[in-house]
Write a protein that binds this ligand. Structure first.
Ligand code: SF4
Length: 319
C-alpha cells in the first residue's frame, strides 16, 4: 500500500486510518516545527498528484483487512488541500460508511474550490499558529503570495457554512508565538472563527529547525487559562498517544516503515502502537538500519526513529 497508513491510535480521533495524498514534501508553508521534514516544493498550486483511481483502488482493496477504524484522516507528507481530488476522495471514503477528518494548515480555505471540497468532511482541523504577521512569517514561513488576513477570514467563512466539527489547532514554539501580544491576536482571530474546540500543543517531535523549542507545560497551561477566561469554547492541551490499537492487522514491518516515513516516532511509541516487545522492535530496526530505511536521532533528550535521511540532513529549501 502506498497511500494508506495505520490505523494509528490518535488521542483526538481514536483509531485513525491516514491517507497520504501529497508527495514529500509539497506544502504552502515551511513551518519551523514541521515533523515531516523541510518543504522542498513551496506551492499553492492545486494538482492531481496521483491517479485518483489508484488511491480509491488501494482503499477499496484494503479497508476490509484493517480492523476497527474510527476515522479516515486526510493528512500526510504535506498540505492535503493541495491535492485537487480531495473532495472526490472524501465522498469516496464516506461511501463506505466511514467518518472523515482533514488535517490542514488552513491556508487555502479562502478558495471556493477548497471550501467546497472540505465542506464534505465530518471534522476539519485547521491550524492557526499565529494571528499577527511577524510571528506568522516566523513560525509558518508561508508561500509569499499568502495573506494572513485572508487566511483567517477564509477559515472563519468556511466554518460559518460548515455543518461538521471544526477543531482549531495552535502549536506554540518558545519565544516565537507565545507572547501576550501573540496570544491576544490569536484570541481575536478565534472569536471570528468560532471553532467547536481549540487544541493547544507544542513541539514534541524533532522539528525541521533544531532551534524550535517546546513550551513548558506550565506555560502552555497559562495560555490555556488565559484563553478560557476570554473565549466561550472548549480548550484542551494535546499530545501523545493514549489508546492502543487492538486490531492492527497489516504487516507490521511495512506499517512501521510507513509511519516513520510520515512522522518520527520514539521506540516506546512504536512498541505501543504495534504491540511488539523491545526485542522484536530492535530486530526490525536493525534490519531497517542495514537497508538504509531507518535513521535514529535525538531531540529534546529523546531518541526518535525516522524513515527519511532528509529529515535529519535538512535537504530542502534554504532557511
Ligand atoms: S507542519 Fe504542516 S503546514 Fe507546516 S510545513 Fe509541515 S506539513 Fe506544511
Amino acid at each position: 500500500m502506498d497511500f494508506l497508513f495505520g490505523p494509528v491510535p490518535s488521542r483526538r480521533l481514536g483509531l485513525s486510518l491516514g491517507i497520504n495524498i501529497i508527495p514529500f514534501k509539497v506544502c504552502s508553508y515551511r513551518c519551523i516545527y514541521c515533523e515531516v521534514g523541510k518543504t522542498t516544493d513551496l506551492s499553492i498550486e492545486r494538482k492531481s498528484f496521483f491517479e485518483v483511481e489508484l488511491i480509491e483502488k488501494e482503499f477499496k482493496d484494503n479497508i476490509g483487512k484493517l480492523g476497527k477504524i474510527d476515522f479516515v484522516t486526510f493528512s500526510g507528507s504535506g498540505e492535503p488541500t493541495l491535492n485537487k481530488d480531495i473532495g472526490r476522495l472524501i465522498d469516496f471514503v464516506k461511501g463506505f460508511g466511514y467518518r472523515t477528518a482533514v488535517l490542514t494548515n488552513g491556508s487555502l480555505l479562502w478558495r471556493e474550490d477548497v471550501k467546497r471540497d472540505l465542506l464534505r468532511a465530518d471534522i476539519v482541523i485547521p491550524s492557526l499558529d499565529a494571528a499577527d504577521e511577524d510571528s506568522f512569517k516566523k513560525i509558518n514561513r508561508p508561500h509569499p503570495s499568502l495573506s494572513l488576513t485572508k487566511i483567517i477570514h477564509g477559515i472563519a467563512d468556511f466554518n460559518h457554512s460548515f455543518s461538521g466539527q471544526m477543531w482549531l489547532e495552535i502549536l506554540f514554539v518558545e519565544g516565537v508565538n507565545d507572547s501576550k501580544r501573540n496570544v491576544k491576536a490569536l484570541i481575536d482571530a478565534i472569536k471570528l472563527i468560532n471553532p467547536d474546540k481549540i487544541q493547544l500543543g507544542t513541539v514534541d517531535r524533532p522539528p525541521t529547525l533544531p532551534w524550535a523549542e517546546k513550551l513548558s507545560f506550565e506555560k502552555l497551561n497559562l495560555i490555556a487559562d488565559n484563553m478560557r477566561s476570554k473565549l466561550n469554547a472548549e480548550i484542551e492541551i494535546i499530545g501523545g498517544f493514549d489508546k492502543e490499537n487492538e486490531e492492527f492487522e497489516e504487516d507490521k514491518e511495512r506499517a512501521i516503515l510507513k509511519l516513520i516515513n510520515i512522522r518520527p516516532c520514539s521506540r516506546v511509541e512504536l512498541m505501543k502502537i504495534f504491540k511488539i516487545d523491545k526485542k522484536e522492535l530492535e530486530n526490525i530496526l536493525d534490519r531497517f538500519s542495514k537497508e538504509g530505511k531507518a535513521f535514529e536521532y535525538s531531540y529534546g533528550g529523546k531518541d526518535f526513529i525516522t524513515g527519511s535521511m532528509a529529515r535529519i540532513a535538512g535537504i530542502g529549501l534554504e532557511d
